[in-house]
Design a protein. Sequence first.
Length: 202
Amino acid sequence: MCNSSYSSIWAKQIDEYPELKKYQSPFRRNNVSFKILENFHLIRDNVKKIAMTGGEPLLIMEHIQLLDFLIKNNRTDVEITITTNLTALNPNWKDVITKFQTVHWTVSIDAIESIGEYIRWPNYSWETIDKNLDFLLQYKHSVAINTTLTPYSLLDIDRLVDYYISTYSYFFRNFLIFLFFYYFFLFILMLIICHYLKFIMY
């Protein structure tokens, strides 16, 4: 999961509860102003790839302004990479992003349906995520999924895998590596449990 450097919700929590500051990342950037467009025209013709992260990049207005700038200057050949939870893919974003030739999405999904909504409460609708994934695949964008294993998501991971395989076979290859590490993690967890139980028994 994101820390306070990349999550506006976590950052607000730290501001509200000062005792949490000891857990705060030293790289928090909330007071830094990124003037993306101020000098971008100087490198406009040489840019090959742009990566957008956050916070949540779909909520950062400068990102849309940057894409609009590229479109107006006939640079839709620039490769765009976006790391997002896919909650804020509004019509404006859809209109702009589909004008680019190559778009790679990395989508953070920890669980599906009610479990996913619980983990990423309060501004998370599984129905919205599902529809937005459909939209990305409709335009044949490259999509990869990032999953964080937590105590909440671990026991529901089988439904997440089934969802990817049955609904989006496109993701199947990306999930092979994930499945390896998932079952390796379960194996290690079982070894720890067995060792602990053995210790209790004796």
